[in-house]
Design a protein around this ligand. Structure first.
Ligand SMILES: Nc1ncnc2c1ncn2[C@@H]1O[C@H](COP(=O)(O)OP(=O)(O)O)[C@@H](O)[C@H]1O
Ligand SMILES: [Mg+2]
Length: 147
């Protein structure tokens, strides 16, 4: 038996680049939705970490983006799509500790270069696509555990 998810829930959040007053809003909201529908805490934690990192990357690097989620009986899917500069070398960006975050972002406590690696680590399926000058799309799937 999977977690008692009997239907599909979908929703989305708009994220505006540079609007740090709303940092973590989308991932916090998604976290409470997941807890409300009865997803186990370990899964919620993984989704929350991955979503927070995706949300912050849109805020830090992109102009704007949308974060869509689907909660279904078997899995949770989060797709973060942005309009922004894109990533030239995805393999390099995926490396632990690699960051182009400017100093003022680091002063706020972000920019450790662990966001993309942690998104991948916390997902069962992780995909990233990017077009330089257009934007980046990250797709993360977290399978629901048997309970
Ligand atoms: N949505 C994005 N748009 C453009 N560049 C991005 C995006 N996400 C990540 N990057 C690039 O990949 C690098 C690594 O990202 P990440 O692992 O989250 O670390 P950090 O955000 O701490 O720098 C970033 O410094 C940036 O150069
Ligand atoms: Mg990051």
């Amino acid at each position: 038996m999977k977690a008692k998810i009997d239907r599909t829930y979908e929703g989305s959040f708009h994220i505006v680049g540079g609007d740090f007053s709303r940092a973590g809003e989308a991932s916090t909201e998604l976290k409470s939705i997941l807890l409300n529908v009865g997803i186990d805490e370990d899964t919620v934690r993984r989704v929350a970490i991955a979503t927070f990192e995706a949300e912050m990357n849109i805020m830090i690097y992109a102009t704007a983006g949308i974060l869509r989620y689907t909660i279904s009986p078997d899995e949770i899917r989060v797709v973060a799509e942005d309009m922004g500069p894109g990533i030239e070398d995805i393999e390099l960006a995926m490396q632990e500790g690699y960051s182009t975050a400017p100093d003022w972002v680091r002063e706020m406590g972000w920019g450790a270069g662990m966001g993309l690696p942690n998104m991948k680590k916390n997902s069962d399926v992780f995909r990233i696509e990017s077009v330089v000058g257009e934007g980046t799309t990250v797709e993360m799937t977290i399978r629901l555990k048997d309970c």
